[in-house]
Design a protein around this ligand. Structure first.
Ligand SMILES: Cc1ncc(COP(=O)(O)O)c(C=O)c1O
Length: 370
């Protein structure tokens, strides 16, 4: 199976490449961490009390929530719990590579449904691909790296069409979109809400805690109980637990950060339109643009100007595409100015967007997971 090795080296620059929070977490996080004593490092972490706080925040019962070592571990636990050899798992591509990595590790048959050039979720093809062997479906909404979403109706129809499967909705970018299916998990959910939904959330994006690794799975108590058995009781460290608890309590900070991102996203989209760079409408904290054969040159020109972007050209169907993460106001000013300079410096014109790739850049037979 392939390895996922994201380009993490040399990131001491404006980080518009990994869809992290580009600012800082809530000041309450620092305050909480200042209460850490040296002795506290000697104690095994206890996640249950924080699960109670998180469950109350989400309007769920504590049994419905499992804290995880970010969504990466959530994906690992869900595939480990629900997939075995001979099972089929289904997700749309392009999407987050860790779905592939984990599903392949379980020996499941991975069915990837390719989006067309609109990059909208390929709903009809997806529904048609469900079989009695489908045991796990992963739906990212908003999706990375496209920024596209599914409607609640689409998620419900998919879940109802595969009652034998677990349907995990990856809501890593939920805050920047604002719509969720978390309420389908509550005791007062409508009677026709599917019973096979699990929702994943992270503390890495809006909450700004990517370095500490914290996330969660929420779902029907029975499904979460199965996953809890597969998980280490110490999967989330105590520093992350303290920081996560402080972060979810500060709704004022999240409202501010989300407002920064939504405003910044609109500014970036407008600037790209002005520069005639084709792009897709995003519901997350990033925007995907279509540069064409000069994608690598653009990323290098931006790096030379101190701004990091992420080349997504090796993703299925995204040849020539580059992603920019949305930061806070002054970072958007810097990012847009650097983009304008870089496009001019590499002599980019809209006409070349659909020109063929340089033969040296032909996709390699073994896909690289970057
Ligand atoms: C769709 C999606 N899910 C999950 C993750 C992983 O996030 P975490 O930091 O919680 O592991 C990412 C990270 O980029 C993502 O884009």
């Amino acid at each position: 199976m392939p390895e996922y090795h994201p380009p993490l080296a040399g990131r001491n620059a404006l980080r518009l490449d990994f869809n992290e929070n580009t600012h800082a977490p809530s000041p309450r996080v620092r305050e909480a961490l200042s209460r850490l004593t040296l002795e506290s490092f000697t104690i095994y972490p206890e996640r249950a009390p924080v699960e109670q706080v998180v469950a109350a925040h989400l309007g769920l019962a504590p049994k419905q929530v499992l804290l995880t070592n970010a969504v990466d571990e959530a994906i690992h636990l869900v595939t480990f719990t629900f997939l075995e050899e001979g099972d089929e798992t289904l997700f749309a591509v392009p999407s987050f590579f860790m779905y592939d990595v984990n599903a392949m590790a379980m020996g499941a048959k991975v069915i990837r449904i390719q989006a067309d050039e609109t990059l909208e979720f390929p709903y009809e093809k997806f529904i048609a691909a469900i079989t009695p062997k489908t045991k796990l479906i992963i739906l990212a909404s908003p999706n990375n790296p496209t920024g596209t979403v599914l409607t609640r109706e689409q998620i419900h129809s998919i879940a109802h069409a595969a009652p034998q499967a677990v349907v995990m909705v990856d809501e890593a970018y939920f805050h920047f979109f604002g719509e969720t299916v978390m309420d389908d998990l509550r005791a007062d959910a409508l009677a026709d809400a599917p019973k096979n939904l699990i929702v994943a959330r992270t503390f890495s994006k809006a909450y700004g805690l990517a370095n500490l690794r914290a996330g969660l799975l929420a779902g029907p108590a029975e499904l979460i109980a199965h996953i809890r058995k597969a998980s280490s009781p110490y999967n989330v460290n105590g520093v992350a637990l303290m920081a996560g608890e402080a972060a979810i309590g500060d709704t004022e900070y999240i409202d501010w950060y989300v407002d920064q991102i939504r405003t910044g996203r609109a500014r970036i989209e407008k600037a790209l339109d002005h520069m005639k760079v084709p792009r897709w409408t995003s519901h997350a904290n990033f925007v995907l643009m279509h540069i064409g054969p000069k994608h690598k040159e653009l990323v290098a020109a931006m790096r030379a100007r101190g701004v990091l972007l992420r080349d997504r050209s090796s993703d299925p169907g995204l040849e020539g595409c580059v992603r920019i993460t949305v930061g806070v106001e002054d970072q958007i000013d810097t990012g847009i100015a650097a983009l304008r300079d870089s496009l001019a410096a590499i002599g980019w014109t809209p006409a070349e967007v659909n020109a063929p790739e340089n033969p040296e850049d032909e996709p390699k037979e073994v896909r690289e997971y970057e």
